[in-house]
Design a protein around this ligand. Structure first.
Ligand SMILES: Cc1cc2nc3c(=O)[nH]c(=O)nc-3n(C[C@H](O)[C@H](O)[C@H](O)COP(=O)(O)OP(=O)(O)OC[C@H]3O[C@@H](n4cnc5c(N)ncnc54)[C@H](O)[C@@H]3O)c2cc1C
Length: 503
């Protein structure tokens, strides 16, 4: 009997296996294909993912293939800027650049390669999930060629068409967005050409931004990739045929305005339906849905895979605690309440952006442009990081300043904070205490240029307790805070109702 079986070794399954492997659990990974899907889908990830790759011990494998980038620019029907979410000059709270572009097959290869270092991980490639049964002891998996396997818990990372989700009869909540887009990947030998754009902020470099042309004649996205990879996404217009639009001549005509005179090679063109879907249940008995099996988003902020990596980062520390006897099974019931609103907020932002990006009526688009410019006129522009909300339920000391936020990762000397402290439960405090089961850090002794003291000052706090997935559990003022926070955490993990703890 394995501790955890993971169905699907895409980016989310492979990342989950790395996290669980590092915690010493016995893990089975089932993947129906021999090799990672060879063509890129995701091209963007954000700084939180780099921090999670640190936690999983894979950062040195993946960092070299990442190309940092500078955010998003949305351009209206008249080729003037309507929304800028640039990151130049902005804070880097996790000491990584705010956004990166990458090549999904390379990332998946790195994550798979890293699994070979763990003797506690068994990877079965070319084996498909076919069905399951559950009882009080765990889950029995029925696999291809008459095989079976048993695990205490199962994480379904088997993608958008998840056979596990279907086997459990879990329905998807439809956020009512569905638009057809053509995705074109190109190797480009030189800078991309853009039409004359106006209103581009000083310092914004079009070659380093994800540019959304919200042109009702043909909404399109132009994304810089890693190396010489560039991505275009073109909305299909009513009546256009998928097959015809994927033909080389159609693709060449679409990219020509951006690449005229620039040597390039189209490496693939495929159509997708962009939609917003979220599973009604993320846990059934010992089985959890994660990644695209649990939710799908329009890719306008490049967050689909990021959601999945956050899912399994949330689940991994809870599974470890339960399987090592440090927490009751009920801790795992906090997975969906913590993750669902988080994912729903970001998918809703992507769907909201999709509604104005995909506008095909010229008059409505002109009105949109005027309204968005007016709204942007007096406000400092936001970045995509602003879209990521705090956790508000589950294992957080709700009501304390900063609870549920992502904690900062300053540099400590020439190292990164998590590399110095490790990434389990950590208490940063002005009044250190003795505690055997968490890492206690006296902030006065930390060579972080005062970053954590400033973070605490901004929240009028003396101590902060951080979860293994780097979200803030809670903060407080006064010398009793460390002990209070730990007691509150223990009570929540033990399943004491929130109201009783507050009382
Ligand atoms: C055009 C496009 C652009 C995107 N851009 C971005 C972006 O910029 N940033 C971002 O974060 N996300 C982006 N995404 C989303 C991202 O690609 C997905 O969210 C991500 O691939 C999901 O990972 P996953 O591991 O959950 O599922 P998948 O990558 O689909 O992996 C599922 C795995 O499960 C295996 N499997 C399936 N069924 C079975 C079975 N029965 N038995 C065994 N194995 C099985 C499959 O072979 C596969 O290896 C984009 C998606 C698209 C389509």
């Amino acid at each position: 009997m394995f501790d955890v079986a993971i169905i699907g070794c895409g980016p989310v399954g492979a990342f989950a296996a790395n996290l669980l492997g590092k915690s010493g659990l016995s893990v089975l990974v089932i993947e129906q294909e021999a090799n990672p899907y060879p063509l890129p889908r995701a091209v963007h990830l954000d700084h939180e993912m780099m921090r999670l790759f640190q936690s999983a011990g894979v950062i040195d494998r993946v960092a070299g293939d990442m190309r940092d980038t500078e955010g998003h620019l949305h351009v209206g029907a008249d080729h003037g800027v309507i929304r800028y979410m640039g990151t130049v000059g902005r804070a880097r709270p996790f000491s990584w650049s705010n956004d990166y572009f990458f090549y999904q097959p390379e990332l998946e290869n790195h994550l798979r390669q890293a699994l070979t270092e763990y003797s506690n991980i068994t990877v079965q490639l070319g084996v498909a999930f076919e069905g399951l049964e559950q009882d009080e002891n765990g889950v029995t998996l029925r696999l291809s060629e008459g095989r079976t396997a048993q695990a205490r818990y199962v994480i379904a990372c088997d993608g958008s068409r998840s056979a596990v989700r279907k086997a459990l009869g879990i329905m998807l909540d439809d956020l009512d967005f569905e638009e057809p887009w053509l995705v074109v990947d190109v190797e480009v030998d030189g800078p991309v050409r853009f039409p004359d754009l106006w209103g581009v902020p000083d310092g914004a470099d079009l070659q380093k931004l994800s540019v959304m042309m919200c042109d009702p004649k043909r909404p399109a996205t132009i994304v810089p990739g890693r190396g010489n990879h560039r991505r275009w996404e073109f909305m299909l217009l009513p009546g256009e045929d998928d097959q015809a639009m994927m033909e080389p001549d159609s693709v060449a005509a679409l990219v020509e305005p951006y690449l005229s005179g620039v040597p390039h090679k189209v490496v693939r063109a495929a159509t997708y339906r962009f939609h917003g879907l979220i599973a009604g249940r993320w846990r059934m008995g010992g089985v959890f849905l994660a990644g695209d099996a649990a939710h799908q988003t329009p890719p306008f902020f490049g967050q689909g895979m990021c959601h999945g990596l956050r899912d399994v980062a949330n689940l991994a520390w809870k599974l470890e605690a339960v399987l090592k006897g440090q927490a009751p099974d009920a801790l795992l019931d906090t997975y969906q309440p913590e993750r669902d609103p988080h994912v729903r907020a970001v998918i809703s932002a992507a769907v909201g952006a999709g509604r104005y990006i995909c506008m095909l009526d010229p008059q409505a688009a002109a009105q949109r442009d005027a309204t968005m410019r007016e709204a942007a006129r007096n406000a400092q522009h936001g970045t995509a990081a602003d879209l990521i909300p705090a956790i508000t339920t589950g294992i957080v000391a709700y009501g304390t300043a900063g609870a549920g936020e992502r904690f900062i990762q300053p540099r400590v000397g020439d190292r990164l904070l998590d590399d110095v402290t490790g990434s389990g439960w950590r208490l940063f405090t002005r009044t250190p205490i003795d505690n055997a089961d968490i890492t206690v850090i006296d902030i006065a002794a930390l060579d972080d240029a005062g970053a954590i003291a400033a973070w605490l000052d901004a929240r009028s706090a003396d101590a902060v307790l951080i979860r293994p997935d780097h979200y803030v559990f809670g903060t407080g003022q006064g010398t009793k805070t460390p002990a209070d926070l730990i007691a509150r955490r223990d009570a929540l993990i033990a399943g004491v109702p929130r109201q009783e703890i507050a009382a």
